[in-house]
Design a protein around this ligand. Structure first.
Ligand SMILES: [Mg+2]
Length: 255
């Protein structure tokens, strides 16, 4: 039986030596929510402790701006948010969101796919009604057939990225990494000061960009392997010990 390191008395090393994040970037779906999309109260409390300690928390998600904004507001966050896998960057104090693509080509591609592949619903997932930069099909739609069809279509330049919750059709320059690069530049932050937490392949570009990455328990295996730290705790249960480690390191650094 697998025993998490903490259960067998090992000291879990959440952070590299002599380093403390000044910004924490977190994915939403599958990271602070579980497979049923239920929000982890442990994660909520931990995220508030970071903000209370002066560590801004950036939500970096494939989800849409209205949903991300609601969570941002109710969590009590201060930092800008990175929505739709980097396609939409926004802070409520900004006059306009930064839209880095339009959803029109991805939507056309979805309509064409529905004519080619049985069972593909071009309307896709419910949050498409608010999408501003990409389009999402259902996660159980046939990924391999979609990729094959897209490769021989007029939309072969679009990326097809699967998360646990959707298949994203998006312009190839869109990724959480590219979106966060723009967001960090705008804020004057260094990527060397940032830690991120995620669970799915759309988190890999932010793992590449930012200094330190944590995969929650329950992450896709490819994501757990790419992370600097693999959490022994599922989803949101990762956050209490991770945030304890960050705040302890921060207290050391301040003393
Ligand atoms: Mg996720």
């Amino acid at each position: 039986m697998f025993m998490p390191p903490s259960a067998v008395g090992w000291r879990m090393e959440w952070l590299p030596p002599s380093w403390c994040p000044k910004v924490v970037v977190i994915d939403i779906d599958g990271t602070i929510t579980d497979g049923k999309k239920h929000l982890s109260m442990q994660a909520v409390e931990s995220i508030r402790r970071l903000e209370d300690a002066g560590v801004p928390v950036v939500l970096a998600t494939g989800n849409v701006r209205p949903i991300t904004y609601g969570l941002w507001r109710f969590l009590g966050l201060s930092a800008p948010m990175c929505c739709e896998n980097g396609g939409v960057l926004w802070h409520p104090s900004w006059k306009e969101p930064m839209l880095r693509a339009t959803a029109s080509e991805a939507k056309e591609a979805a309509q064409w796919l529905a004519t080619q592949l049985e069972g593909v619903d071009p309307d896709g997932i419910a949050t498409n009604r608010w999408r501003e930069s990409e389009w999402c099909l259902y996660p159980d739609d046939p990924l391999e057939s979609i990729v094959d069809a897209m490769n021989r279509s007029a939309w072969s330049h679009l990326s097809v990225v699967r998360t646990g919750f959707a298949i994203h059709l998006m312009e190839p320059h869109l990724s959480k990494g590219e979106g966060l690069r723009v967001l960090f530049d705008r804020m004057g932050w260094s990527v060397d000061d940032a830690l991120c937490v995620g669970d799915a392949p759309n988190d890999l570009p932010m793992f590449e960009l930012l200094h330190w990455s944590v995969a929650v328990g329950g992450a896709f295996e490819v994501v757990a392997q790419a992370a600097n730290v693999r959490s022994p705790h599922p989803h949101g249960a990762t956050f209490p010990p991770l945030v304890n480690a960050i705040l302890a390191r921060r207290a050391e650094a301040l003393n």
